[in-house]
Design a protein around this ligand. Structure first.
Ligand code: GDP
Ligand code: IMO
Ligand code: MG
Length: 422
């Protein structure tokens, strides 16, 4: 049995899309379990670049089936646009993409409220895709689900009820103009026909597939430090990217999961606000951004960059149960004379024993660094571990020991062939 969960180990954008694409040739099904179109997973095949937001990154392998689980929040327009985008590139989704009937729908008022919240006192720096407000409605038990699209009467009733409440809020609290309920109902009624063929009872489908010996790869979006429970709250997303989220977001027993693979960027990035102890706001940070092309795949925003934080990734290893890791973007470090790795934090003069997730602590810690020699050589063409410079191998062993996992994949460029497997 092979049921693996692939998780981002930092603050997202670790290169999950590339690694899912590489690994998916060995799996029958690739399944997304949380998040929504806030994700931007990039896959580069030869000169073609694909950025996927909702559809699992396994879709580019034609014999792989893809699933969007109940834990994902789906913007139907974003989904249909993505299906259309793939079709134009010659990739067929019908018959191989299945969507959980229990997944919640992102509604226009979720996106509007996301932008209104971002203009208030507490700024998170969200992607503006309506993610937080949609999960709020889900947990308030007011949400509208994919299955509701299949029942016109129920759909209309639920949209009317929700919009009445949201219009009240918009008018009274935010002094904002009201939403046109009929227009939204008509728009969502149209999604029904387009989405109907993809809808499935995913827990039954997935567990039957597992019973038949199918191999499944669960694709996490975002990263562990953006997890609403285990991340740097409140500067997080509103779902559970951690490996445990795969069970809830898919209808799968924890006993079925056979391995957890962590995707680990060779340095650190984050988009949006929130603490970032190893952030570099100087020319070294700018160099990482330029060399690593660190601009958001969803919003185009410049990503904040900093040195590798082994203290943080070790915490991520613990909460996810990462046994094996893929180290990505190692080529980006090739021009540096020395490379720093954070091995711990000092807070109020004392070394912390465990990773703090409270922002008022994280904002005031001093990272403790080890300095490693750089390799100052282009490694982006190397396909065998043995051919890597000694300093690169030392950097990798340092990370492996400091974080407590084995490294099984090394990525030295965005393309499929720029990958070293151990
Ligand atoms: P994801 O959200 O985790 O899938 O990551 P993103 O797609 O948002 O960001 C990763 C970016 O780095 C994309 O532009 C990838 O094409 C690129 N990338 C992935 N792996 C490597 C690598 O090993 N080296 C370099 N230079 N770029 C990479
Ligand atoms: P992938 O899957 C990086 C960040 C946003 C913001 C916070 C909350 O490509 O790694 P949200 O829109 O989710 O309410 O925003 O989370 N964020 C990401 N950062 N990669 C992502 O996805 C992200 N998805 C959300 O920038 O700080
Ligand atoms: Mg991304």
């Amino acid at each position: 049995m092979s049921i693996s969960v692939l998780v981002g180990s930092q603050w997202g954008d670790e290169g999950k899309g590339k690694i899912v694409d590489i690994l998916s040739s060995r799996f029958d099904i690739v399944a997304r379990y949380q998040g929504g179109a806030n994700a931007g997973h990039t896959i580069q095949i030869d000169d073609k670049q694909y950025i996927l937001h909702l559809i699992p990154s396994g879709i580019l392998r034609e014999d792989v089936e893809c699933i969007i689980g109940n834990g994902v929040v789906i913007d139907p327009k974003a989904l249909l646009d993505e299906i259309f985008f793939l079709k134009q590139k010659g990739i067929e989704t019908s018959g191989r993409l299945f969507i959980s009937q229990n997944a919640h729908l992102i509604m226009p008022y979720h996106k509007l409220l996301d932008s209104i919240h971002e203009n208030s006192e507490q700024k998170i720096g969200t992607t503006g895709r309506g993610i937080g407000p949609c999960y709020i409605d889900k947990y308030a038990r007011k949400g509208i689900r994919i299955i509701d699209l299949l029942n016109k009467h129920e759909l209309e009733k639920k949209i009317r009820m929700n919009i009445e409440e949201k219009n009240n809020l918009l008018r009274k609290l935010y002094n904002h103009e009201e939403l046109d309920v009929d227009q939204i109902i008509n728009e969502y009624l149209e999604f029904d026909e387009a989405i109907d063929p993809y809808v499935k009872d995913i827990p039954s489908y997935l567990n039957t597939a597992i019973g038949n010996g199918k191999k499944i790869l669960m694709e996490g979006a975002q990263g562990a430090l953006l997890d609403v429970d285990h991340g740097t709250y409140p500067f997080v997303t509103s779902s559970n990217p951690v490996a445990g989220g795969a069970c809830v977001g898919m209808g799968l027993s924890p006993t079925k999961i056979t391995s957890v693979i962590g995707i680990v960027k060779a340095y650190t990035t984050r988009v949006g606000y929130g603490p970032f102890p190893t952030e570099l706001t100087d020319e070294t940070g700018e160099a990482l951004r330029q060399i690593g092309a660190e601009y958001g795949a969803t919003t185009g925003r410049p990503r904040r960059c900093g040195w590798f934080d082994a203290f943080l990734v070790n915490y991520s290893r613990m909460i996810n149960g990462i046994e094996r890791a893929a180290i990505t973007k190692l080529d980006v470090l090739s021009s540096f004379e020395n490379i720093k790795v954070c091995v711990g934090y000092e807070y109020q003069g004392k070394k912390l024993k465990t990773f703090p997730t409270a922002d008022f602590i994280l904002n005031n810690v001093q990272p403790v660094y080890e300095v490693l020699p750089g390799w100052k050589a282009d490694i982006s063409h190397i396909t065998s571990y043995d051919d890597l410079p000694l300093e690169t191998k030392d950097y990798l062993s340092f990370i492996s020991i400091a974080c407590g996992f084995e490294i099984s994949i090394i990525s030295v460029g965005p393309k499929r062939n720029q990958t070293i497997e151990l």
